[in-house]
Design a protein around this ligand. Structure first.
Ligand code: SAM
Length: 238
């Protein structure tokens, strides 16, 4: 009898652990992000918009990290996702999302799917996200995860994002989540007039700069330096 009670108790604890929503941890992180944004002033002193904070609140970061990292999922730090890659720091995900000024009817390209987290945060706010990942197991894992979570407005593929995704271009915005040595010309080409691109630029052992590029209606590109950042490198044959 004691054994049955013990087994039932164990099963109930296990089921509960699996169901844990981390809502309180997520809310605390979102509050921290709002405070941090005002403190560092990367957006000219403005904080995050309600829409971006709502998206960060609704996407459950713990569903995008390996089991051993779940307990750190709501700390404001990057975490390993395998294959030498990382899921970006939540502040940086929110910042990149805010900088591209997502609109409900936007179509966005992301380069560097990784875990799929940034794609999910964007997908809450826009019409469609196309995302490219160069490492096959990560691409497969993200595709499966995003399908399981019910995202029907994210399309992923394996490939080198340096060349963009011609078939779905031009894009209202492009988010590059790996550091490039220069802004890839095909991505500038695939940005709509009036569109915005956010991209970290710099070498592996150098300070990288998060750049915001805006393409005017006349096709001119205006570049602003936003913040010093540290990303894994954009790899590939280019
Ligand atoms: N956005 C991801 C997320 O939310 O988990 C985090 C991205 S991680 C910082 C950068 C990702 O870019 C890695 O998964 C890496 O394999 C990928 N990557 C690097 N070079 C790439 C390339 N040329 N094309 C596509 N993906 C690339």
């Amino acid at each position: 009898m004691k054994l049955i009670v013990f087994i039932l108790l164990f099963l109930s604890i296990a089921a509960h652990a699996d169901d844990t929503d981390y809502a309180a941890e997520r809310a605390a992180l979102i509050e921290e992000l709002g405070y941090y944004a005002r403190l560092v002033g990367d957006m000219d002193g403005a904080g995050f918009s309600e829409a971006v904070l709502a998206s960060m609140t609704s996407v459950k970061r713990h569903r995008f990290v390996p089991p051993a990292q779940v307990r750190f999922a709501y700390e404001n730090q990057p975490l390993p996702i395998g294959h030498g890659q990382t899921i970006s720091q939540p502040y940086i995900v929110a910042l990149m999302t805010e900088l591209v000024e997502p609109d409900a009817d936007d179509v966005i390209l992301e380069v560097g799917t990784g875990s799929g987290y940034q794609a999910a945060v964007l997908a809450e706010l826009v019409d469609h996200v196309y995302s490219i990942e160069i490492i096959e197991p990560l691409a497969n894992g993200a595709k499966q995860r995003l399908a399981q979570l019910g995202y029907t407005n994210i399309t992923t593929r394996l490939g080198d994002g340096y060349y963009g995704w011609e078939d779905h271009a031009p894009f209202d915005a492009i988010v590059v989540t790996a550091a490039a040595s220069h802004v890839p010309p095909p991505l500038i080409e695939q940005l709509k007039p009036g569109g915005r691109m956010v991209i970290p630029v710099g070498g592996r052992f150098m300070t990288q700069l998060l750049l915001l590029l805006e393409k005017t209606d006349e096709g001119e590109v205006i570049t602003r330096q936003i913040a010093a950042v540290r990303f894994v490198p954009l790899t590939g044959a280019h």
